[in-house]
Design a protein around this ligand. Sequence first.
Ligand SMILES: NC(=O)c1ccc[n+]([C@@H]2O[C@H](COP(=O)([O-])OP(=O)(O)OC[C@H]3O[C@@H](n4cnc5c(N)ncnc54)[C@H](OP(=O)(O)O)[C@@H]3O)[C@@H](O)[C@H]2O)c1
Length: 262
Amino acid sequence: MEITGKSKIMFVLADPVDHVRASAILNSHFASIGEDIVTSPLHVRPQGLPAVIAAIRCMDNVVGFGVTIPHKVAVMPLLDDVTPNACAIGAVNFVKRTRDGRLIGDNMDAPGFIAALLKYQYTVAGKRVLQLGAGGAGRATALAIAQAGAAELQIANRDAEKAHALAEAIQALCPQAKVVASAEPAETFDLIVNTTSLGMKPGDELPVDISRIGTSTIVYDIVVNPAVTPLIEIARQRGARTIGGKAMLDEQMVLVADFIKQ
Ligand SMILES: NC(=O)c1ccc[n+]([C@@H]2O[C@H](COP(=O)([O-])OP(=O)(O)OC[C@H]3O[C@@H](n4cnc5c(N)ncnc54)[C@H](OP(=O)(O)O)[C@@H]3O)[C@@H](O)[C@H]2O)c1
């Protein structure tokens, strides 16, 4: 990769920064589609975020930047506009810098989640879905699942209050969907989505009782690293179809490339 004065620049703002993989995935995606855009992680602490955003406004060859933990919510008031999708999710994970320096935030988690399902020719419409987790990514996936026409979405979370609050919020945004918080649903589902961070560390417990996984269940684990989590491994052993988190991340990169060009 040759970076020249003609190259367009992107950043990924994070704290800590060591775990950031989106920059490498973006770089290989841009190279594969012949775009002269290069991305670098930037270690930005929370107190430095406003100054960094102000500086990026002055950098004419910067076309956009990703934001990850802990900046996804804090960046919102520092931008000029936020898409309705990002507003509904309550967080931004990519920002486009227009030619006149305006900063527009969007959230690619929800469309990336659905695009990966579609790539495998799996649909959500009419399906009974169990989502594990009610954190930042879980809010995006729950909205995506409800908007995609699931027959029912049950949300289970370690902190049950958060599951209730998320179910209520998604139900209010998508009145046509049936969204409930659920403690221990004793049944199988068409689609089980893990949005907890369980599976990232060796020795993590499984996020769900495996009896909920039937042979026709699709198990979608959004954890990116490791690529094959214990949940995915067990689901495969039980004959279920599986999708890992990299598929969702890859689809987000395609969406980012389109977003910054619009
Ligand atoms: N593939 C992708 O494109 C993509 C995109 C975004 C995120 N992710 C992945 O999604 C995962 C969650 O990210 P996030 O941003 O949503 O994090 P987050 O906001 O911190 O939420 C973490 C979620 O995991 C649950 N959790 C954490 N530790 C747990 C434990 N020991 N037992 C049970 N539940 C536990 C939390 O439950 P409590 O509410 O009870 O704490 C919460 O629901 C991470 O692995 C992240 O890398 C993937």
